[in-house]
Design a protein around this ligand. Structure first.
Ligand code: GAL
Length: 341
């Protein structure tokens, strides 16, 4: 009997604690939104995460998850968020191909899902009426970066180090299969060629968006090609920062020895390099607005409203909000600095 009473007491305590904790979440009437970031250890995504967290203050309870670059981990996190009662999901996929698996889970639970940063295939997004995407038009960053390169090349004849009229470049690519990496690579080079500049590709390899990998590749390329390299094209600033470290160590940016390096994102560390004259330019990938739009849409659908309710975002035919990219050089650096504050 004593045992029974003790068990009863424990059960009563457990239930009242559970009631308290769910009350405290719901007492302010704010919905829970389940968020995944493909990995916290990604420079640009840490700014998108911060923007989501800032936007959520007093409006929603966020279940924020680091998927640690594992799709299996992310799938488990989605299951947990659903079972914990999330009213909407905001998903930064690890693997862009995994969108259909996430949609299946959301459909079963009748939950809306807003994908962001890694774009699912249009047909997959179209397969669920409660799925949307927030990101950019991937090709746009490549075109803008290509224009930066072409303008710089034409304005600085000494960038053609050996004077052969051909731009010999190395290219640090992001994650293969990532729509941003594929489109930036293609359109940056195509835009330079369309501007009438002859090019030679000395190296093209993936640095997986990562600074350390960018440095390692650049070290190897400098050792192999030396001064034959005339341009360093990077799919993102993280890898550009790694390349600059490597160039610094090899004596560049000293005694008039220069190398044009371009990136994408306009993260604060890259803006510092532009100010120091070590980066020719970058392309603003607007983390604040992408995080803000992701949250706005997720909050609306969590509250059963139209995704665009009360916002100034627009959806294209593929149910995507596309935040514009902007070219950044030393001339408009303050604008880019403001965008990351
Ligand atoms: C890109 C960004 C990269 C990296 C990637 C992750 O848009 O430019 O730096 O964060 O997203 O998916």
């Amino acid at each position: 009997m004593k045992k029974f009473m003790a068990m009863l007491l424990i059960l009563v305590m457990v239930f009242s604690l559970a009631a308290c904790s769910s009350d405290s979440k719901e007492s302010d009437g704010n919905p829970t939104i389940g968020v995944t970031i493909y990995k916290y250890d990604d420079n640009f995504m840490s700014f998108v995460r911060r923007a989501i967290e800032t936007a959520a203050v007093d409006k929603a309870v966020l279940e924020m998850n680091d998927s640690q670059n594992s799709q299996a981990t992310q799938n488990d996190q989605v299951d947990t968020m659903i079972s914990k009662g999330a009213k909407a999901l905001a998903i930064n996929l690890v693997d862009p191909q995994a969108a259909s698996a996430i949609i299946e889970k959301a459909k079963k639970a009748d939950l809306p899902v807003v994908f962001f940063n890694k774009e699912p295939e249009t047909s997959v997004l179209a397969s669920y009426d409660k799925a949307w995407y927030v990101g950019t038009a991937s090709a746009e960053a490549g075109v803008i970066q290509g224009e930066l390169i072409a303008n710089g090349w034409k304005a600085n004849p000494d960038w053609d180090r050996n004077g052969d009229g051909v731009m010999s470049y190395v290219l640090l690519k992001g994650e293969p299969g990532h729509p941003d990496a594929e489109a930036r690579t293609k359109y940056a080079v195509e835009t330079v060629v369309a501007a009438g500049i002859a090019v030679e590709e000395l190296e093209l390899q993936t640095g997986m968006w990562d600074s350390v990998k960018g440095k390692e590749l650049m070290d190897a390329w400098i050792a192999k090609h030396g001064d034959a390299i005339e341009m360093v094209i990077c799919n993102n600033d993280g890898m550009a920062l790694g390349a600059i470290q490597s160039l610094n160590a090899a004596g560049y940016f000293n005694d008039g020895k220069y190398m044009p390096v371009v990136g994408v994102d306009a993260i604060p560390d890259a803006l510092e390099q532009i100010k120091e004259g070590k980066m020719a330019g970058t392309v603003l990938n607007d983390a604040k607005n992408q995080g803000g739009a992701t949250f706005d849409l997720a909050l609306n659908v969590a509250n059963g409203k139209d995704p665009l309710d009360g916002t100034s975002w627009t959806l294209d035919a593929g149910k995507a909000v596309r935040v514009p990219y902007v070219a950044v050089t030393i001339d408009n650096i303050t604008f880019a600095e403001e965008a990351y504050k």
